[in-house]
Design a protein around this ligand. Structure first.
Ligand SMILES: [Fe+2]
Ligand SMILES: [Fe+2]
Length: 219
């Protein structure tokens, strides 16, 4: 089954990336996600998903520390709580696949996938930005990127993993919607919108690098 870029016409990430780069990425996702995985391989993939969720939690909690505006602060807090729940859901799936002892012993650090740390660091630097347009660009694109990865994998995942994926995917779609509604209301026309557009292009490029790293890493 081929992943077609037209499935992702509504994706903010695909729009920011442009159709040609998105199509090349989806071709690679098609090959990667359709690979057969035994329980070990699948647990490793879940750990990679979990690491991305946990990096987002850490970023959002960091932003909450210097955000006084109640609406924005509470939005960061609500999304962080859901990302944290997603990370726990991936841990549960890993436990079901390889057992609790192995998860504790081999995947002790929920943020960690040693081979992948450098890729996540690429966007950590972006996440330390203090400007609201940049943060909302980050939030909307990272979740749109996760949404694209999760919906791609839905086509091939085993039934139990699919239950986890579907639940998390619904939240990621809602998070993008939340970020978009905040952009509409809170980012001023003019200079701030230009900052947002430039940041979205940069973040989409970084996420493409992260994707290339993940897809080449043998997880
Ligand atoms: Fe998430
Ligand atoms: Fe999310």
């Amino acid at each position: 089954m081929d992943l077609d870029v037209s499935l992702f016409d509504d994706s903010r990430f695909v729009r920011a990336l442009g159709p040609e780069r998105a199509e090349r990425l989806l071709d690679r996702c098609d090959i990667f996600f359709s690979e057969h995985r035994d329980h070990e391989d699948l647990a490793r993939l879940c750990a990679a998903f979990r690491a991305a969720e946990r990096h987002t939690v850490a970023t959002l909690r960091e932003w909450m520390r210097d955000t006084a505006e109640p609406e924005v602060r509470s939005a960061y807090g609500d999304v962080a709580a859901e990302e944290s729940r997603h990370a726990r859901m991936w841990t549960d799936r890993m436990r079901a696949l390889i057992g609790e002892d192995d998860v504790t012993r081999r995947y002790a650090d929920p943020c960690g996938m040693p081979a992948l740390a450098e890729y996540f660091r690429l966007w950590d630097s972006y996440a330390t930005s203090g400007s609201l347009p940049t943060r909302l660009a980050y939030l909307s694109l990272v979740d749109a990127w996760s949404g694209m990865a999760y919906s791609s994998y839905l086509l091939w995942a085993d039934p139990a993993t699919r239950v986890t994926l579907e639940e998390i995917l619904a939240d990621e779609v809602a998070h993008v919607g939340l970020a978009e509604s905040m952009i509409d209301r809170l980012v001023d026309e003019g200079y701030d919108r230009e900052v947002l557009a430039v940041d979205e292009a940069c973040i989409a490029g970084l996420l493409l690098e992260v994707s290339d790293g993940l897809l080449s890493s043998g997880i």
